[in-house]
Design a protein around this ligand. Structure first.
Ligand SMILES: Cc1cc2nc3c(=O)[nH]c(=O)nc-3n(C[C@H](O)[C@H](O)[C@H](O)COP(=O)(O)O)c2cc1C
Length: 119
């Protein structure tokens, strides 16, 4: 008897206003419906101080909701997870045609994986 193959999918996402969270959740929902698929979600923290967020009630509510559902993971712990999965899906809002800074900061911490040729 052969052991059942499990495909491990990691979803790494960052969101400021909740849109990317919704997409990450929908992707996770779809992926989990497939047989033999295990999904792990890792949320990267924002770089905006909570004092700024708390000045806007609507934004505060979105952030509280995100924090309840998806507590953030330190970037260095997210990086450690990357080689442990078969597939990785990254989710970031577009900012001036690029990924958002917190997601870029995560990529900038992958130098060791790059130098080691970790795939
Ligand atoms: C500073 C800033 C720059 C942005 N630049 C772009 C952009 O270049 N292209 C684009 O399509 N959307 C841009 N957006 C819109 C965001 O990508 C969009 O609102 C996204 O859904 C936000 O995701 P979030 O709700 O997960 O934070 C920008 C938003 C901000 C605040």
């Amino acid at each position: 008897m052969t052991a059942e193959r499990v495909t491990k999918i990691l979803i790494v996402f960052y969101s400021r206003y909740g849109n990317t969270v919704k997409m990450a959740e929908e992707i996770a929902y779809g992926a989990k419906s497939l047989p033999g698929v295990q999904v792990t979600m890792k949320r990267i923290a924002d770089d905006v101080p909570i004092e700024v967020v708390s000045q806007n009630p609507d934004w505060s509510k979105v952030v509280e909701d995100m924090n309840d559902r998806w507590p953030t993971t330190p970037i260095e712990d997210v990086v450690k997870e990357l080689p442990l999965h078969d597939a990785i899906i990254f989710g970031s809002p577009t900012r001036f045609g690029n990924m958002a800074a917190p997601m870029k900061a995560m990529w900038d911490r992958t130098g060791r994986l790059w130098m080691d040729g970790t795939s």
